[in-house]
Design a protein around this ligand. Structure first.
Ligand code: CMP
Length: 129
């Protein structure tokens, strides 16, 4: 997912380019404002954490770009490597966050952390599929 800060900063094309040039395919791309229920389901594992409220407010504030990326079984792992660490302070140069972000909350992108998470998150965002 390209988060609201990515859309606001005009970085969606750059983010997609960095993933697409590896040969992974974008099989679905949709821009939308995420509603609160979908956001809370997406981030359910973080409920109760100090930043949960801020996280929901942030992800629902303006449009995101939800993407389904297709490739080998470990596509999620490749995408996360391209994204870099959650905290831009420790994200390696050459990664999306290492090059383009400076905040742990506004860190431009979200990527599933396993094949199982990817299936669950896609079902949350695209329930009619
Ligand atoms: P993401 O991969 O979308 O998954 C959960 C998000 O919570 C994470 O990226 C960060 O943007 C955000 N996050 C994690 N830790 C913090 C924190 N300490 N303060 C604010 N946001 C955080």
């Amino acid at each position: 997912m390209c988060k609201p800060d990515a859309v606001e900063r005009g970085l969606v094309g750059e983010i997609i380019r960095r993933i697409e040039i590896t040969g992974l395919k974008f099989s679905r791309i949709e821009m939308r404002v995420v509603d609160e229920a979908t956001a809370k389901a997406h981030y359910a594992e973080h409920e109760g954490k100090s930043f949960f409220g801020e996280l929901i407010e942030f992800i629902t504030r303006s449009p995101v770009v939800v993407c389904e990326v297709t490739g080998p079984e470990n596509t999620w792992e490749i995408v996360r490597k391209i994204m870099g660490s959650t905290n831009p302070a420790s994200a390696a140069p050459g990664t999306i966050r290492g090059d383009l972000a400076n905040s742990i909350s506004a860190n431009l992108v979200h990527g599933s952390d396993s094949a199982e998470s990817a299936a669950r998150e896609l079902a949350n965002f695209f329930p009619s599929r």
